[in-house]
Design a protein around this ligand. Structure first.
Ligand code: 5RP
Length: 230
């Protein structure tokens, strides 16, 4: 069921793609449906260029026959379509469940529009139930972890930080060669404050709070599509 909903949101987003667009291609199971839908349209003659947000998406887009570029060659994008782990009414997001948050945030920031596609279960009244991914450099992991805990304390927040592991049991390594700490916070009362202060900690590369980046969302529910923003 959920997969059909993801596909429905992705298909609607693919309808918004027009000839000549420079596209940011998101990562995750919902974004994969979008890449597949764009691939179908490209094989039918649509002319676009895509900038993938992960190596996994690059491989999929190549298989689909979507012409690809890098963000260095194509630094201004028209539209990025990506999934999310949580989205609130103000189009604030938690992303990074799939581990691609750093490239996703760089690509979204280079886009005129970012549309989030998701099944309706991702819409929340308050962010934070989904553990917040924090990408950190491996060097000094323990020191960085302690600095994050001190920051959370100072903000009156608490929650376990869990180093993400790959299925083989080793620490999960991102496309950028970093680790991810998943912060189990339950509620994020002030996303802006947390986002800006996390970015001040040496060793933190990026975090999964996407604030002011999404311009629209397409949420698929059992009752149909809900579109927010544009
Ligand atoms: C990857 C992401 C994904 O967009 C997010 O995890 C949603 O994934 P899915 O569509 O598989 O639920 O942020 O880093």
């Amino acid at each position: 069921m959920s997969d059909n909903l993801k596909r429905a949101a992705a298909d609607r987003a693919a309808e918004l793609v027009t000839d000549g667009m420079r596209l940011g291609l998101g990562t995750g199971s919902t974004a994969a449906h979008f890449v597949s839908a764009v691939g179908e349209r490209v094989r039918a003659g649509l002319k676009v260029v895509g900038v993938p947000t992960s190596e996994a998406t690059r491989e999929q887009a190549q298989r689909e026959g979507i012409p690809l570029s890098t963000l260095d060659e194509t630094p201004d994008l028209d539209l990025t379509v990506d999934g999310a782990d949580e989205i609130d009414d103000d189009l604030r997001l938690i992303k990074g469940g799939g581990g691609a948050l750093l490239r996703e945030k760089i690509v979204a920031s280079a886009s005129q529009r970012m549309i989030v596609i998701a099944d309706g279960s991702k819409l929340v009244s308050k962010l934070g139930r989904f553990p917040l991914p924090i990408e950190v450099v491996p060097f000094g992991l323990t020191a960085t972890e302690r600095a994050i805990v001190r920051l959370l304390d100072s903000l009156g927040m608490s929650g376990e930080l869990v180093l993400r592991h790959a299925p083989d049991g080793a620490a999960y390594v991102t496309d950028g060669g970093h680790f991810i700490l998943d912060a189990h916070l339950e509620r994020i009362e002030k996303p802006n404050v947390l986002a800006s202060t996390l970015n001040n900690i040496p060793g933190v590369v990026e975090h999964g709070l996407f604030l002011g980046l999404a311009t629209g969302a397409i949420l698929a529910t059992g009752d149909g599509l809900v579109e927010l923003g544009q």
